[in-house]
Design a protein around this ligand. Structure first.
Ligand SMILES: [Zn+2]
Length: 323
């Protein structure tokens, strides 16, 4: 792979086919739900995982839970009434103006490697138990791609100094580490950085951390692409196998509706808002104009789909994958 992956449209993305359907993944078994409140008449109410193919790679999205966030934070540079009206038009805000926010973990098996993309909040055993339901033990995970240092992406790495996935090499973005190490202790980000360093420390001590840069391919078919803005060093990932692809855009957008339809709105969580807007638009344009299938970490489960451009504008509608 060459180093031309900073979210430019690439010829390599042409000729993407329709994803294979109905193929068994991992050790297919019945989804298990651990939470009592997911059960009604013995039936699980919420899907916990979704399996699909990316060419010859087997892939899965695991729902690591969901929460609610104030809808207003999705457009902090916009008129608050406009943001509220938009959320209302989408029927996604509750009476307090909160909107749902998912945490979707992408898992890819290349055959040689079993790879997690980020590790979730670590607030429950849902990730580990759902992996267990499809026959994967924590020891089976060989690599973990960390996209950025926010707690909902790193907290599942370790608990009380014990690595959750003891055999996994942890890939951490070098630009993010450079930012973290260069940030003074009195910065507003210091607490979040300290949390991330704490979660990483066991892997660092075990010499299990590899730092990666834009264009690096830690595994053949998986290429990191710089898409900074949400955090100063966030990376996204192009996953390619046998003529198919999935572009994991991580947190380049948080809420899929505000992100696609109002991409210029600044998200409160974005560290460098203008850069986040620019990269968000490039990624959505790749999907609409080059037919690139996307995955968003906080999008409604399973977070996979395509954007469709609205006329000639830099605004899109989201077409989720059917399943
Ligand atoms: Zn996030």
């Amino acid at each position: 792979m060459t180093k031309q992956h900073n979210i430019s449209r690439r010829d390599i993305l042409k000729g993407i086919g329709v994803g294979a359907l109905g193929v068994a993944f991992f050790q297919q078994s019945t989804p298990q739900t651990s939470a009592q409140d997911d059960m009604m008449m013995g039936l699980p109410l919420a899907a916990k995982y979704y399996g699909f193919m990316i060419g010859d790679f087997q892939a899965m999205v695991i729902a690591d839970g969901s929460g609610a966030v104030p809808g207003a934070i999705m457009g902090v540079n916009a008129d608050a009434a406009d943001v509220a009206a938009f959320l209302e038009s989408k029927k996604i805000a509750d009476e307090e103006g909160n909107i749902p926010n998912m945490f979707d973990i992408l898992v890819v098996s290349t055959g040689d490697d079993l790879i997690l993309f980020d590790t979730g909040l670590g607030a429950s055993d849902q990730l580990v138990s759902t992996l267990g339901a499809v026959g994967i033990s924590p020891e089976d995970v060989t690599k973990i791609m960390i996209s950025h240092f926010h707690p909902d992406h790193v907290n599942g790495l370790s608990s009380d100094g014990t690595l959750t996935f003891p055999n996994a090499q942890v890939y951490f973005p070098q630009p993010e580490m450079d930012f973290m190490e260069g940030t003074p202790d009195d910065s507003p980000a210091a607490g979040t950085i300290q949390n991330a360093m704490g979660k990483l420390q066991s892997a660092i001590d075990a010499d299990m951390v590899t730092y990666y840069n834009d264009g690096d391919s830690p595994v053949e078919g998986i290429t990191a692409m710089a898409a900074h803005g949400h955090t100063p060093g966030m990376m996204v990932f192009m996953i390619e196998s046998n003529g198919e692809s999935l572009l994991n855009i991580v947190d380049s957008a948080i809420n899929v509706y505000t992100g696609t339809e109002n991409p210029d709105w600044h998200i409160q969580f974005d560290a460098i808002p203008d850069m986040a807007v620019e990269n968000r638009k490039k990624l959505f344009a790749m999907s609409s104009d080059d037919n690139v299938r996307l995955f968003g970490y906080h999008f409604p489960f399973p977070g996979i789909g395509y954007t469709v451009r609205q006329g000639d504008e830099d605004a899109w509608t989201w077409t989720p994958t059917s399943y």
